[in-house]
Ligand binder design. Structure first.
Ligand code: FCB
Length: 442
């Protein structure tokens, strides 16, 4: 059998990613907890509840496991509604709590990366219209200043906003996220205000911490024409690739925000990225469909022979990670894979998913694209938004009732990779044999 070792660059960041609302538990002062209380929003009526009990202290055991697994970084988010429970009030205890967690990371030799906004908004902000309100960018920047002032002693890597494209699409186009609207004009306004909020936050962070590195974590979704050669499918692929994937970061490089056939100048956003953060999960087929007038005449779907995740949420398309990085490197900035993973409670597909995605990551690095790290989603199963607890993305499983962590085989695969800073044929053979033929043909 052919053997080889895919080596990663010295200093490469290997970690997992989490988000406050998904792991902390008992976040009752944000738009998601209100949304969870209303029937019909979350699959099976589930709630984040105690989540992974990080606020109660179980971040320690999860980060112990991360460190023992050879990881050297961790991406987490902080919860705005804890830090600023009301417009004029700052909760210093909450900030101190995050300082403690960050010290805990450094003690474990995990380089922190902090996300300042990961889907949740304080209830008071929602009451003011959330990101549809033109005052919100400035309010976000004030929160960012306060948080960065308190946390900069321990952290230099900042993600201002996680997946603004998913926040806007799910909250204002499909209506799966709060506030559950289906209103393209509102989506445009929300994204525009997120561009402005990001730009203000970028400058505020750099004022407080010149050595900071600041970016966005964008959800990059692959789009392929369902019928190659069909010009209508191809045109829709181009539209989605711009609208969903490119529009936000293009505003930060060109100073013009173009979305849903509208366009506005945002000169203040130019050069407000130090790295490009990419969250990549999957790739869709796209077909023109005259009957789908509500979806701008397109259908997105997975082909019949696709390899799918447990609930069919993710199609296994590792090549799409390479394409995402190929796209991302055009910005001329360092790249980070800020999320990548698969829902799989049985850990049947995950080892193959990890091995084949890391192989694509390694291929991309060999083109000399400046890729600095990889954060797997996630360390432990956590609350998956409108999909509740039905989707299990953890390297470690979670028994939600007892808070017991359950070892999955993927832990050993990821540990072998992180500890050796490499993906070797031996590791693949031992922990992800299903990926062997694709990675080591011959
Ligand atoms: C991403 C989100 C993250 C998690 C994963 C599975 O879109 O950023 O919070 O839900 O998907």
């Amino acid at each position: 059998m052919p053997t080889a070792t895919f080596q990663f660059p010295a200093g490469f960041l290997w970690g997992t990613a989490t988000a406050a609302h998904q792991v902390e538990g008992h976040n009752t002062n944000n738009n998601w907890s209100a949304w969870e209380e209303e029937p019909g929003h979350i699959l099976n009526g589930q709630r984040a509840g105690a989540a992974c009990d990080w606020w109660g202290g179980r971040w320690k055991e999860d980060l112990d496991r991360a460190a023992a697994g050879g990881q050297n970084a961790h991406r987490m988010s902080i919860e705005w509604s804890r830090i600023q429970p009301e417009p004029g009030r700052w909760d210093e205890d909450a900030l101190e709590h995050y300082r403690m967690i960050l010290r805990g990371m450094l003690q474990r030799k995990l380089t922190p990366m902090i996300t300042l906004h990961h889907f949740t908004d304080p209830l008071w902000l929602t009451a003011q219209g959330g990101w549809e309100n033109d005052e919100t960018p400035a309010q976000f920047a004030r929160f960012v200043e306060k948080a960065v002032e308190a946390l900069k002693e321990y952290n230099t890597l900042w993600v201002t906003i996680n997946e603004p494209n998913v926040y806007a699409t799910s909250g204002y186009v499909s209506g799966d996220f709060p506030p559950g609207k289906q209103d393209l004009a509102a989506a445009f306004q929300v994204l525009l205000n997120m561009v402005r909020g990001h730009a203000l936050a970028y400058r505020a962070i750099h004022r407080l911490q010149p050595e900071a590195r600041v970016g966005v974590a964008l959800n990059y979704r692959g789009f392929q024409p369902a019928h190659p050669g069909n010009p209508l499918d191809a045109a829709l692929v181009r539209f989605l690739a711009h609208n969903f994937n490119a529009s936000f970061l293009e505003a930060l490089s060109r100073g013009r925000f173009r979305y849903a056939l509208r366009s506005t100048a945002v000169p203040e956003a130019v050069k407000t990225q130090d790295f490009v953060g990419i969250n990549y999960y999957t790739t869709d087929l796209v077909a023109f469909d005259l009957s789908a007038y509500q979806d701008l005449f397109h259908r997105r779907f997975y082909p019949g022979d696709a390899v799918l995740s447990e609930n069919g949420f993710i199609r296994h398309t590792p090549q799409g990670l390479f394409e995402a990085l190929h796209w991302g490197q055009k910005f001329g900035l360092p790249l980070l894979v800020t999320e990548n993973g698969v829902e799989d409670s049985q850990d049947g597909l995950r080892p193959r998913y990890i091995a084949e995605h890391l192989h694509q990551l390694w291929r991309a690095i060999n083109f000399n694209w400046q890729i600095k790290g990889y954060f797997h989603w996630s360390q432990v199963d956590n609350f998956e938004w409108e999909r509740g607890w039905s989707q299990r993305f953890g390297l470690w499983g979670l028994d939600v009732d007892t808070q017991t962590r359950i070892h999955r085989p993927s832990v050993d695969l990821y540990t072998a990779v992180c500890k050796s800073n490499a993906l070797s044929s031996e590791t693949v053979q031992q922990y992800a044999p299903a990926a062997y033929p694709a990675l080591f043909p011959g």
